[in-house]
Design a protein around this ligand. Structure first.
Ligand SMILES: Cc1cc2nc3c(=O)[nH]c(=O)nc-3n(C[C@H](O)[C@H](O)[C@H](O)COP(=O)(O)OP(=O)(O)OC[C@H]3O[C@@H](n4cnc5c(N)ncnc54)[C@H](O)[C@@H]3O)c2cc1C
Length: 399
């Protein structure tokens, strides 16, 4: 029986374990934390958006990776496979109004409990409080445990160590140093799916910190998204930012700042808006005209004043155009550890078509530790599990 060691018990590692067991391998899972899949459980706090029901070609278009390997894996294990897998664990799913897929239970704990039980029934062993520290000179896997150092021999190893955010849940990125020393190129980690920094004036913050800005549209380059945002002390936070986050980050790293355009009235066309503003009572102050004719609430008016330093243009067409594309200078992203996910990690050049490290034979990398990116919407968990599925099967089949 082939011995497969899986290191990291997040969704990528657990799916790799399941796939290897299905190929008849003996599976041992090692986890640094006192219990399994803490980040997966945290994702469950907001309902566990596990995948997305859009057409497969649209789903594949959400991934930012240098070649087709990730998309091929997601195509082979996509949203409908995930829904079937959940059904088999007796944790059915549903499609929400936005097309996102959630477990009916709207949390991760029952699904995780049943998943771990099924893996154990099939013979997988889970060793918690086992922190992987690298390889011995004989090529054995080394772990630090409460009872001292432990060495393990495996026929193949699957590293599923996660990205570098929410380190308190175990995903601390410390593995990068171990792999670098073995000649594996690590693309620099970057926060993804995170808030952004905007230098608000004291006046705006004193009146509107924490305020939601409802029903707006965001535009960055050719990426758009809709939703609500929140004004925070450091800038803007919201899930609506995440679809434009990758482009924002690229612009930030090439030019040091980026311009995010906010459409405050996405359901009204510019010409219709200009007409309404032109027919507003010219004796009203500009703030009142914006409130009455453009139906902006207080925080939206404050944002217009913030950008125009209190002097919005008087011409109706000009102000209408501004309301449809209010420019905000973004100076950075929120701290890495607060990000929902991280981009960067093991470079695709370091991996073969089965996700095996070219520099370390029989050692595979899966999940967020590999260098790809996607917005939230269930795409992260889908890809982590698809990679786990592909590498788990490949590792168990390889001779
Ligand atoms: C608040 C929050 C909400 C989220 N919501 C969603 C969502 O709704 N939908 C979605 O698609 N994604 C969501 N995500 C992202 C998603 O949870 C992650 O992308 C996913 O968990 C990554 O899976 P993974 O298995 O690659 O790594 P992880 O889940 O990070 O697991 C890696 C595991 O490896 C262990 N480990 C690390 N180093 C070592 C070591 N040296 N030795 C042994 N073990 C080690 C860690 O302790 C950890 O358990 C959310 C994330 C957060 C933080």
């Amino acid at each position: 029986m082939k011995r497969i060691a899986i290191i990291g018990s997040g969704p990528a590692g657990l799916m790799a374990a399941q796939a290897a067991l299905e190929q008849g391998a003996h599976v041992s899972i090692y986890e640094a934390m006192p219990s399994a899949a803490r980040k997966f459980l945290m994702a469950g706090k907001s309902g566990l958006n596990i995948s997305h029901s859009e057409k497969v070609h649209q789903l594949l278009g959400r991934y930012d990776a240098p070649d087709g390997r990730l998309r091929a894996m997601v195509s082979a294990f996509n949203a409908s496979d995930i829904r079937e897998w959940m059904e088999a664990l007796d944790e059915p799913s549903f499609v929400g109004s936005s097309g996102r897929i959630f477990p009916v239970a709207m949390k991760a704990s029952p699904l995780l409990r049943k998943w771990l039980r099924k893996l154990a029934e099939r013979g997988a062993e889970l060793y918690t409080r086992h922190r992987w520290t690298g390889w011995t000179s004989e090529g054995l896997l080394s772990f630090s445990t409460q009872n001292g150092a432990v060495q393990v021999e495996s026929d193949a190893t699957i590293l599923a160590l996660g990205g570098k955010s929410w380190s308190r849940l175990g995903s601390d990125g410390q593995w990068a140093e171990i792999l670098s020393q073995r000649g594996v190129y690590i693309d620099p980690f970057e926060p993804s799916n995170c808030g952004v920094e905007v230098g608000w004036s004291d006046r705006l913050l004193s009146q509107h910190e924490g305020a939601p800005v409802k029903s707006i549209a965001l535009k960055m380059g050719d990426k758009k998204s809709r939703g609500d945002i929140v004004v925070t002390r450091h800038g803007i936070e919201s899930g609506a930012l995440y679809p434009v986050a990758a482009d924002l980050r690229k612009e930030l790293s090439s030019s040091g700042s980026a311009t995010l355009l906010i459409d405050l009235v996405p359901d009204v066309r510019t010409d219709a808006l200009a007409k309404r503003l032109a027919s507003a009572n010219s004796k009203d102050s500009m703030s009142n005209r914006l409130r009455k004719a453009a139906r902006l609430d207080k925080v939206k008016v404050a944002l217009v004043n913030e950008v125009t330093r209190g002097s919005p243009p008087g011409d109706a067409s000009e102000i209408a155009a501004l309301l449809k594309a209010l420019p905000f200078t973004v100076s950075g992203t929120a701290p890495m550890d607060d990000a929902i996910s991280t981009a960067g990690g093991v470079s695709w050049d370091a991996l073969d078509e089965h996700l095996m490290l070219k520099a370390v034979p029989n050692t595979y990398c899966v999940g967020e530790m590999v260098s790809w990116d996607a917005p939230t919407g269930g795409y992260l968990l889908t890809a982590c599990m698809a990679m786990g599925k592909a590498a788990g099967a490949a590792a168990a089949k390889a001779t």
